[in-house]
Design a protein around this ligand. Structure first.
Ligand SMILES: *Cc1c(COP(=O)(O)O)cnc(C)c1O
Ligand code: SF4
Length: 452
């Protein structure tokens, strides 16, 4: 890693490497040929994109392949099932035709559960004629997720990303809209919505003018019911210059000031996987700048094997966040999609990591909710493992639920040491179904009927 001395006259230019560029990334030339071959195979299926700043300043190349930022950004062989990997390796060796190659890739992608937790069928709202409103998801009454079309990429892609399907260029898999109007028309009809969450991809890849086109309409009296606006982003660590640039960065701070002046709570939901990401000087400057502007900073991240599956890493991450003025918010369980088998941590282990990390920090750093699974019925938090009336169980609850009445009601699952997701669990104490089962089924059937 080289130290970076930043001043506003020497902003680095944004330059990305994608799968095509694997042979021209100088740092990769030090690695064995086999590893580069593996990266080529994996990046044919799963998205790969990393910018030079990350390569040159965040990855510690002396620690590769174990370096967490390397694991976070560069394709790893284990991300594909051996059968898929071999299929592609053979196809390459046999110089298969481009159309056959493409067909194989598509087939493998479809087998990777590209849209977990029913995101497409169940969360995309519909207009009065029953047509899906592209670019929106509305699952919990108070919060609408908005996917601005220009924000459906990222400054670098995370290897484990559950939104990987949006990045591989398959339009049928894309959730986006280019129209601020879709958003405003929907919010006008839904006075119960208080929160809008801009997500992607990374909305911070957008030009400030585009972001303003979406945000400014929400500042008018008509949208007084929108109280909080969140922007999910990884730019704070992957491209902090987004906030520091004398033109685009300045314009962004002015925009944020207008949002706050209109009385809205504005929060950057920073995606930070490892405390190492919070060491770079440009990141510290960007945080300082945002805080001076008055924007609230929160942080969230999934728990990922090979990257941050260690209580020490989380304790240090939360502590550092607190020191920098960032409130630790969510710890997620990796979703059941894409390269999940490579990155998954069992629910039992996730809870241990969470608990042990919390035990090492003061209360100020214990604001994280989790470990939480964003499953189809809701966000399910693992409260713990205990033995009740002789039965070893997971104690669980909804942090968010499709039906708000389910929120915070504890429920119990039979302990399962290898479970990595809600649907691996069974109700404890001889119950045949979860307390929410019937109602959930009814909701799903209704939604599907509306969609048909
Ligand atoms: C997590 C999440 C939200 C926000 O939930 P909060 O508890 O308010 O952070 C909103 N919509 C969806 C679909 C989510 O997964
Ligand atoms: S920055 Fe967020 S959306 Fe983008 S690849 Fe990483 S996890 Fe996925």
């Amino acid at each position: 890693m080289n130290a970076i001395h930043f001043d506003s006259h020497t902003l680095p230019t944004f330059e990305v490497y994608t799968a095509r560029d694997l042979d021209r990334i100088p740092q990769l030339q030090r690695l064995p040929d086999q590893m580069r071959f593996e990266m080529k195979i994996v990046s044919a299926v799963l998205p790969f994109r990393v910018n030079r700043y990350v390569v040159e300043h965040l990855i510690d190349w002396d620690a590769v392949p174990h370096d967490p930022i390397f694991q976070l950004t560069f394709p790893q062989r284990g991300m594909l099932a051996p059968a898929h990997f071999d299929m592609l390796a053979k196809a390459l060796q046999n110089r298969t035709s481009p159309s056959q190659w493409e067909a194989t890739i598509q087939r493998i992608r479809r087998e990777l559960n590209p849209h977990p937790a029913g995101q497409m069928e169940l969360n995309v709202p519909r207009d009065d004629e029953g047509n899906p409103i592209e670019g929106l998801q509305h699952k919990y009454p108070e919060t609408v997720l908005f996917f601005p079309a220009q924000g459906q990429t990222c400054h670098s892609y995370c290897t484990f990303c559950f939104r990987w399907a949006q990045f591989v260029g398959d339009k049928t898999l894309r959730i986006a809209t280019s129209q601020a109007r879709q958003l405003t028309e929907y919010l006008r009809r839904h006075p119960e919505v208080t929160d809008v969450l801009f997500t992607g991809g990374d909305p911070m890849v957008m030009k400030t003018a585009h972001l303003a086109a979406y945000l400014e309409p929400l500042l008018t009296p008509e949208f007084a019911h929108i109280r909080s606006i969140r922007i999910g982003t990884k730019a704070l660590t992957f491209w902090p210059f987004r906030f520091l640039d004398p033109n685009e960065g300045d314009a962004l701070m002015r925009l944020f000031e207008r949002v706050m002046a209109a009385g809205k709570h504005l929060a950057i939901m920073a995606h930070v996987n490892h405390w190492r990401e919070l060491q770079a000087e440009p990141t510290l400057l960007a945080i300082e700048r945002l805080r001076t502007t008055g924007v609230m900073l929160r942080a969230q991240a999934p728990l990922i094997r090979h990257i941050n599956d260690d209580p020490q890493i989380w304790a240090k991450l939360w502590q550092k966040e607190v020191e920098l003025g960032i409130i630790p918010y969510y710890m997620f369980v990796e979703r059941d999609t894409g390269a999940k088998s490579h990155f998954a941590v069992t629910l039992a282990r996730a809870w241990e990591i969470y608990r042990q990390a919390a035990s090492r920090v003061s209360g100020l750093a214990r604001t994280v909710r989790g470990p939480s699974m964003s499953a189809s019925p809701g966000k399910v938090e693992i409260l713990g493992v205990s033995t009740i009336a002789g039965e070893k169980v997971f104690s669980l609850r909804f942090l968010q639920a499709r039906n708000p009445r389910w929120t915070y009601r504890p429920f119990y699952a039979q302990f399962d040491a290898s479970a990595t997701w809600l649907d691996h669990l069974k109700p404890a104490f001889g119950e045949s179904e979860w307390f929410w089962h019937d109602e959930y089924r009814r909701m799903i059937t209704q939604r599907q009927a509306r969609a048909a």
